[in-house]
Design a protein around this ligand. Sequence first.
Ligand code: NDP
Length: 481
Amino acid sequence: MALRFEFGEAKLYIGGRWVSGGPPLEVRNKYSGDVIGTIPTAREDDVDTAIAAAQKAAPVMAEMPAYRRADILARTVALIRERRDEFARTIAAEAGKALKWARVEVDRAMMTFTIAAEEARRIHGETVPLDAVPAGEGYFGFYVRRPVGVVAAITPFNFPLNLVAHKVAPAIAAGNALVLKPASSTPLTSVLLCRALEEAGLPPGAINLVVGPGHTVGEWLVRDPRVAKVTFTGSADVGERITQIAGIKKVTLELGNTSPVIIAPDADLAWAARRCAVGAYYNSGQVCLSVQRVYAERPVYDPFLERFVRETESMVVGDPLDEGVDVGPMIDEREARRIEAWVTEATQEGAQVVTGGRREGPVYWPTVLVNVKPEMKVVAQEAFAPIANVIEYDDFEEALRQADATEYGLQAAVFTRDIQRVFQAIRRLNFGGVIINDAPTFRADHMPYGGNRQSGLGREGVRYAIEEMTNIQMVAIRLGT
Ligand code: NDP
């Protein structure tokens, strides 16, 4: 029997008030399917009111001294810490993320807000030696960073707190106001976050929460000329759509990946197998950096595979609210059926399932595939599911070529102790991040993070997000007049 969790009736947060909107959206426990709470969907005039409230709060935020913005962010951290369990259980229930990983997410979000509180105090420009060219002789130059105004943040289901934090915290640190639209399947964690921000003293209108389908609520936000910046994390298709409809405004996109990992013959195989298994299966592989393509060199292919399969089979699958569980359900049964169909298609084309390949409702068991071909969906397209392909290679340069042969470019990883290979990998891999001796899922929340090619535009990681959420304002002063 599924463990009980109830959230109750939630509201939208607009202009500093908790308000009703349009028809209620039912939010379900992703393991049991039970309704755990409701929240109104926003109508077009609710979105309009939310943007107007943000517009009104934008100058208040821009004028607020840095130490006060930092204090609000630090108080938010304290409130999240007090409610750590409530946040974690809400994430586990609405996103289906195992409680142990939900707790890690809450701790990371506190870190993201802490970093933002620190960064709020050091947003600065620099002097510009204008006399470097004849036209600048007799001028003094410097630039400052000014908040853009209203930020629209659109977020996915898989990290309902920390990926929201990566947009909300830098936006506030930079002195912006925002309208947040979380994924329709996981809006309740954002309700908890808005409550914490309100109690921490964030002025009315500085954050507004609207909920509803991406193709309506999301697009109303993206198209609105009052919005100065759209920051989006989600699928490549929606990211592309946003670039088509946003008009002239700043856009940051954090999109997908088919994360490759290369296991060189000198790798620590036990460590690599353990980290690749965690990286492939936590949150049921619904992580943009989830391990998907593992290239192992011929001499270590069999011993690596054996260890990796053992690690895969050690994952405890079940109710995410259960303390002992590693892998919960996927976000819905349709997604579990999709990956089941991809795996079936791959096996019909010659692939072999070494372990896993089993589905019950929305739960898909951690699965290892071998004998795959580059054109199979399980290899070529973002799986976003608990599956990993192990592929044999002979030549390191060839493995780098295959790892890089993708339209994506978020993060890639190499396990090796050979410094030559390390630098060969850095040069050859056109990815936003290259991780050595850990899985591509590695992320410290202050590092520059984002993708090349179809994986996105711009970078997050608090300081880098702040850069994207501010405009440079150049000042040139003619001296002596
Ligand atoms: P989606 O792209 O389906 O949805 C993301 C958000 O966009 C949701 O809030 C969604 O609303 C909204 N949305 C949908 N359509 C539109 C639209 N036309 N205009 C504006 N907004 C819209 O992604 P998922 O939630 O399914 O998340 C999975 C994807 O996110 C994967 O591809 C994954 O790789 C990527 N991702 C990338 C990360 C990164 O940092 N690079 C991190 C995590 C995930 P609604 O929920 O109502 O549909």
